[in-house]
Design a binder for this molecule. Sequence first.
Ligand code: CP
Length: 315
Amino acid sequence: MNHFTALADVPDLALLLERAAECKRTPNAWSSLGRGRTLGMVFFNPSLRTRVSTHRAATLLGMDVVSMSPGSDTWLLETRDGVVMDGAAAEHIREAAAVLGRYVDILGIRSFAQLTNRDEDYAETILERFVACAGVPVISLESATRHPLQSLADMLTIEHFKRTSRPRVVLSWAPHPKALPQAVPNSFAEWAIAMGYELVITHPPGYELDERFTAGATITHDQDAAFDGADFVYAKNWSSYHDYGKILCQDMRWQITPEKMARTRNAYFMHCLPIRRNMIASDAVLDSPSSIIIEQAANRVPAAQAVLRTILEAQ
Ligand code: CP
């Protein structure tokens, strides 16, 4: 594995999951693998889990880590080609990516969707520019359309908690006051389908995701029916893909409540975090024994460690 920007970069998903499980069991077993190597992390958007868990994973492997936020602690970057740079951006992404590639051995990039132009977001302009110009392996720390480090941690979590070989996993849209990208649900659907789970996606009309990510899933507007017999409920808000970036619904009846969880087969509750309490899910769900959101977040460390370990071993 060279880059880690999407599921398609993973040659053997079962092997990567086994490596993540190994990293969870024995996190200090590869403490000299990354000695003398540096991970650079570029955050165009805020982060708590991804920033800290990936940093922690790199240091467990003996790597040095440098993080930066363009426009805050490094120069604001221009991403368009052929423009006269007489605005706020002092540096072009072409030079920034190429220079960083001379300083670090692996580069992580967080760059969210702008939610104004679907074609531009789904072209992954910023992530792909780093892949093209950096000359070192690039890992996605969440891009416009995917969050593969989150998905790997999610699959590790489901594999740990599942009670049947093919669990019924429900990805449920839930209300939120702001328009959010589709990266997490896209990625979760893509990975859950690849794992062979029974994936059911439920959302209000108009929130259909890009079919390239959901082919193979059951899709329904009936949240109650989706929850019947569920083994896992994964809650997430996203804005519309087809009416791109729009909020079409703020119906609080889509919030995840104990009454809805009662329809399931004692399902575990999952969310990638951060979560807005009593919007996406009620306090009673988040604080219940069925909530595994903290374990899920903890699994971000072995997931990132497995990815970095795999890339380092291939260098
Ligand atoms: N789940 C996740 O990626 O969290 P952060 O945005 O805090 O990194």
